[in-house]
Design a protein around this ligand. Sequence first.
Ligand SMILES: *[C@@H]1O[C@H](CO)[C@@H](O)[C@H](O)[C@H]1NC(C)=O
Ligand SMILES: *[C@@H]1O[C@H](CO)[C@@H](O)[C@H](O)[C@H]1NC(C)=O
Length: 179
Amino acid sequence: MHTVLTRGNATVAYTLSVLACLTFSCFLSTVFLDYRTDANINTVRVLVKNVPDYGASREKHDLGFVTFDLQTNLTGVFNWNVKQLFLYLTAEYQTPANQLNQVVLWDKIILRGENAVLDFKNMNTKYYFWDDGNGLKDNRNVSLYLSWNIIPNAGLLPSVQATGKHLFKFPTDYATSSI
Ligand SMILES: *[C@@H]1O[C@H](CO)[C@@H](O)[C@H](O)[C@H]1NC(C)=O
Ligand SMILES: *[C@@H]1O[C@H](CO)[C@@H](O)[C@H](O)[C@H]1NC(C)=O
């Protein structure tokens, strides 16, 4: 015996499971796509200074100043399941103190429908490039690379790193001018 109420419930439950199924297949249809893309990164100006940190100790640490060019075409990353991209530029380097240092220098959100062909020239970083010691001066091997997190409509999608790194080195001397 079906009352109106139980019928209503069954309809709602059915609708929900159809929706869940659809969402899941949407997710499946995009989870295995290759989201990698080429990025062209270049440094324009590279300086390092030795300045007191904000901490209580006022110890002097290395602070890098980098301006960069960035070209990439992320149009192909936007399939229908991509709501937005969170792009970030990371600097990676080694120091005697740490095998691996990673510092995020810049980021940007690109919404679906916005221009995804990027061509930036001589950009300043958004975040400070601090080292926790004196690991930047005369560092011969710093790499810059672009990554993004995909914010999807459904499901979880991986964080992706663009192919194409840029290697650069810091000068052997501290810059003294006040910027
Ligand atoms: C960007 O990539 C898309 C396809 O992935 C292509 O149609 C478009 O022409 C490219 N734009 C530029 C400026 O290279
Ligand atoms: C530069 O550093 C990267 C890791 O950040 C490492 O894989 C690479 O071997 C280094 N290259 C040189 C020449 O030291």
